[in-house]
Design a protein around this ligand. Structure first.
Ligand code: ATP
Ligand code: MG
Length: 472
């Protein structure tokens, strides 16, 4: 029976690779993620080509066929080559056979056949290849039933999963990442092997673990991945603080929210409104310091006083350990965690303009993101309660807008500078300047004066007088 072409190979790149392979007298295939994504109808701009021969020569020959000016990048140590073709990123490698020695992390790599190359791939859905040889152009090579597993939405290793995961433990993270991104199920036998091999994740570099973890957080429903990480035993190794959120303590018949499930709901909630990785990370970390701040207070019940302050400190510790960026991204997440209770606190009391101004002043341009985090943080089993909270929250949002339009404190710049104070009173730098500036800021926040130069100037003069200074 003739095999049907399942994949669209009409893009000219496939013809060029096929011609180049033909010239070199070798077999070439498109493999891996690209083939999988084509079958799933997911957009994919990276194509990996594998050939039974030199990937570098095939890349060079293909590039010549497309356009003599294409710049090919060679990675001789890895035997790979890469170039850009329009909006496509194409990579070439020779088929490889890998064998692992349990003691070392690095496999012994030798030239191999297509079959060898498919054997070393992590999951059946990632081991699909499309032939680009003359007599079988466009035919699918699917030795492990990857097409069927795509239809069944199943993640399963091509070979013995214990060997697959022990050889390269990063594959455990990848299994969970793909299950989360694609909404697939990990085959139970494969999943049991992850449980058994979880400890081996320790031999993988933090950067690569974090890369997969960030992809889980960026997926359409990140909670799926966190639940699998927890269930497999990986979570307590790679993110012990998050594992600690799990569980409910009871005292005198009173329990608190399970912060593990609560946080996952907040994360899923915010995911519907933002693709910003760092805002999603703020959701992950907003209650991270609840376990160490937990206390049962008579008459009040369970409290977590100061968890936002300790939590924002922990963000730095966690980001450093996870090798996340330590610049503006870290600062942003810290700020979100630090301020995450503020907007919700506003809904509980009478909303004064000064409280709104202070919040605007502290959040600055991140106010909209903070509001998004707080809205996602409204979770309860009681639907009416959620609805009531959300309504009050909308009121806060509206009032914030009004105050901002009126007072412009969002990017508050002191209307009176230190230089002007020194000039006016003919003084050198000293404590008076700080006092005057702070009092003016307070007066603006409290609504005693407007955020306005003339009013602030008059206030400066009278404050100076009180401090025994006179205008020069
Ligand atoms: P994405 O690009 O969305 O991350 P992908 O499947 O393309 O997904 P890549 O990391 O780009 O993943 O890898 C390309 C292919 O290489 C995979 O489809 C798989 O066949 C193989 N591969 C990648 N990493 C591993 C690994 N750790 N073990 C085995 N095979 C792997
Ligand atoms: Mg890829």
């Amino acid at each position: 029976m003739e095999k049907k072409t399942l994949i669209d190979v009409s893009h000219p790149i496939f013809r060029h690779v096929a011609d180049a392979a033909n010239d070199l007298g070798i077999d070439a295939y498109a493999v891996g993620g690209y083939v999988r994504d084509q079958l799933l109808g997911r957009p994919c701009k990276d194509i990996d080509f594998v050939c039974v021969g030199s990937g570098i020569e095939l890349a060079q020959k293909t590039a010549e066929k497309i356009n003599a000016n294409i710049h090919v990048n060679f990675f001789k140590n890895f035997g790979t080559a890469q170039f850009r073709c329009g909006d496509l990123d194409v990579e070439f490698v020779g088929a490889r056979k890998e064998s692992y020695d349990r003691g070392s992390r690095k496999p012994v790599v030798e030239d191999g056949t297509l079959e060898d190359d498919q054997n070393r791939r992590d999951f059946t859905i990632n081991a699909l290849a499309i032939s680009l040889s003359k007599d079988s152009f466009g035919e699918l090579v699917d030795p492990f039933g990857g097409v069927a597993h795509l239809a069944e939405k199943k993640i399963i290793t091509p070979l013995d999963p214990d060997i697959t995961f022990s050889d390269d433990p990063l594959r455990m993270m990848r299994a969970i990442r793909f299950a989360t991104q694609l909404d697939f199920e990990i085959d139970p036998i494969t999943f049991d092997a992850i449980r058994r091999n979880a400890e081996r994740i320790n031999i993988i570099s933090q950067e690569r673990i974090t890369e997969e973890f960030n992809k889980i957080i960026l997926a359409p429903r990140p909670s799926t991945g966190f639940l699998l990480l927890e269930d497999s035993g990986l979570l307590k190794i790679i993110f012990p603080e998050f594992q600690q959120l799990k569980g409910v303590e009871n005292y005198e018949g009173k329990g608190h929210k399970d912060n593990f499930f609560h946080t996952l709901q907040v994360l899923d909630n915010i995911t519907k409104n933002t693709n910003n990785l760092w805002l999603r990370w703020a959701a992950v970390l907003h209650d991270i310091a609840k376990p160490p701040t937990k206390k049962f207070v008579q008459g009040e019940g369970w409290t977590f006083h100061g968890h936002e302050v300790l939590g924002s400190k922990w963000v730095a510790k966690i980001f450093r350990r996870m090798k996340q960026p330590l610049g503006a991204e870290l600062k942003f997440v810290q700020k979100m965690v630090y301020l995450h209770l503020r907007p919700i606190a506003l809904t509980k009391e009478e909303i004064t303009d000064s409280a709104l101004r202070r919040l605007l002043f502290e959040a600055g341009d991140d106010i909209d993101q903070l509001m998004m985090l707080c809205e996602a943080d409204i979770t309860s089993k009681n639907k009416d309660k959620v609805k009531r909270y959300l309504q009050r929250f909308e009121t806060v949002r509206q009032k914030l807008k009004e105050v901002e339009e009126k007072d412009r404190v969002r990017n508050f710049q002191p209307p009176i500078s230190g230089e002007l104070i020194m000039q006016t009173f003919g003084i050198a730098p000293g404590r008076e300047i700080g006092i005057i500036k702070e009092e003016i800021k307070e007066a603006i926040m409290e609504g005693k004066i407007h955020n306005d130069y003339e009013e602030a100037y008059r206030m400066m003069l009278s404050l100076g007088e009180k401090l025994g200074l006179s205008k020069k």
